[in-house]
Design a protein around this ligand. Sequence first.
Ligand code: HEM
Length: 168
Amino acid sequence: MIALTKAVHIAALAVWCAGLLALPVILQAYGRRPETRTQAGFAEFRLLAHRAYIALITPAAVIAVAAGTALIFMEGLRDAWLMAKLAAVAGMVLIHAWLGHLIGKSGEGAGRYRLPSPLPALGALIVLMAAVLWLVLAKPDLAPLAEHLPDWLRQPLGRELDPALVPI
Ligand code: HEM
């Protein structure tokens, strides 16, 4: 069962990572072509970016995260390298959301929205993916580093949640 879940995890994250790397290139190279300024070219660009995002890349991300979360419980992992990996994955998720925001805006601004360059996201994604892969494959012993974290990050403080934050 662990082997199957790991296979699902790796297959889904391969699609997710490939899609995350492709999206900034599509937005930059495809979205700024002169043809994209025509109705037909714009429709093609929207279909490619929007469909790829909602029908392929986001579902792959959800499956990769769900299978990875299941693996944590199946293998009973609590190590510091895993926490570092999750922090890097959180960065990937934030960039995923930002690219979705750009794709949405590119179709809703009625020509007034000026798309910022998505290329810095590409650089950040390459760094984050390399970090995630190194952490999960090398499994470095980060426990000594964790000891330098402030106390409030290392133990539960037993505080009550602010009532304004309680949903029901
Ligand atoms: C919230 C998201 C994620 C969670 C909770 C998660 C969790 C896990 C866990 C628990 C394992 C098993 C580790 C082991 O058996 O040693 C694993 C394996 C793996 N993960 Fe993730 N992961 C996530 C996202 C990612 C991402 C985004 C990548 C790549 C960029 C990735 C790459 C891998 C690889 C390559 C393995 C196989 C490692 C091995 O078997 O040696 N994971 N993941």
